[in-house]
Design a binder for this molecule. Structure first.
Ligand SMILES: [Zn+2]
Length: 82
């Protein structure tokens, strides 16, 4: 059953069929997810910081994707120092 929801990412009102984010955010995430997995495939020892810097996205964004899905990064715990 579909219900109206506020997208957790962009705040847009959308018709949800179970998802917490709207279709455009899902698509954007999927795209990013693909780029991250490709990056990791070539550089298996990458950390979240490496990925964020290489793809020009925030560490927070990478963490979101790691938490949302089953993205496996070598270093899942981030060190906020330095
Ligand atoms: Zn959205």
């Amino acid at each position: 059953m579909s219900t109206l929801k506020n997208c957790k990412k962009c705040g847009k009102l959308f018709v949800s069929t179970g998802s917490m984010i709207c279709s455009s955010c899902i698509e954007a995430d999927r795209d990013l997810y693909g780029r991250i997995t490709e990056y990791i495939a070539h550089r298996p020892n990458s950390t979240i910081f490496d990925v964020a810097e290489a793809l020009d996205i925030s560490v927070r964004k990478v963490l979101d994707l790691v938490n949302d899905g089953n993205l496996e990064l070598r270093c899942k715990t981030i060190n906020t120092e330095g």
